[in-house]
Design a binder for this molecule. Sequence first.
Ligand code: BDR
Ligand code: CA
Length: 310
Amino acid sequence: MKKQSLIIDCDPGVDDAVGLFLAFGSPELDLLAVTAVGGNVPVSRTGRNARILRQIAGREDVPVFLGADRPLVREPAGAGEFHGAEGLGDLPPFEPPFPATPGHAAEAIVDIVMGRPEGSVALAMMGPLTNLALALRREPRLAARLGPVSVMGGARSEGGNITASAEFNIWADPDAAAEVFASDLSLTVFGLDATHQVRATDARIARIEAIDTPQAQAAASMMRFSQRVEREIVGWDAPPVHDPVTVAWFLKPDLFEVRTCRIEVETASDLTRGHTAVEFRGVDPATARHHWAVTADADGLFDLLAERVA
Ligand code: BDR
Ligand code: CA
């Protein structure tokens, strides 16, 4: 089997954690690095959490790099209420013996991608796009060199989850997102329109809970935490599990329906900061660089997750 080389950029984060477990358990992927960004909680915690998660999954072979601790321009703003102050819900944090690899995440992305054949390294983005924007600034040839990039971020039909019009990852660093969307990268973007279809129902969480591996137990604990928080804050029963879609798309693209489009990010207005303008009109499918996910097969995704954390 020819493996897909992949870097995951993330801010764990309870749903990032589930996405990481999906990747750690997938033999089709050659995981070259996990890069951490400040987002849900500061990067000192997202980086440590990535190290905790790789240890739980027995994947200390995957290097973890720490990246940006703040957005390009704006003040940092976390989402601790949805992830717990430490970022992993009820999972008690600890300091893992295996350290992070020295070097900035943006530099690691550049070095890894530029050192490998063109188009061979893919990227899954699960947090604010700061590290990728910094990498593009450092090495403008990166856009032509990178393979496919999946992004969890943005909202169109669903409206936002942090303001009326913006989703957290794009809202948190809209300036980075604007640079990434304006670059020559080929992006497949999973906004709330798709991820709100992927919900951790009681039955789905119970299925993962019944699997006796450390990573299944940890994933289930984080989804139970999300369920509780979602009931308290949003009043919904089954929380969306956003970030695993960015990995699942590389494993089973048929789980998603995507449409070619052109996406631009609002940075000028305070009111609609981080809004993703997803335009389907006037887009030539032959040359379009952006794809927007409109549907996600949640049952298929949870089947995949159950298989890979087992
Ligand atoms: C996104 O925001 C974060 O809180 C989640 O981890 C996910 O990446 C959903 O809007
Ligand atoms: Ca995230």
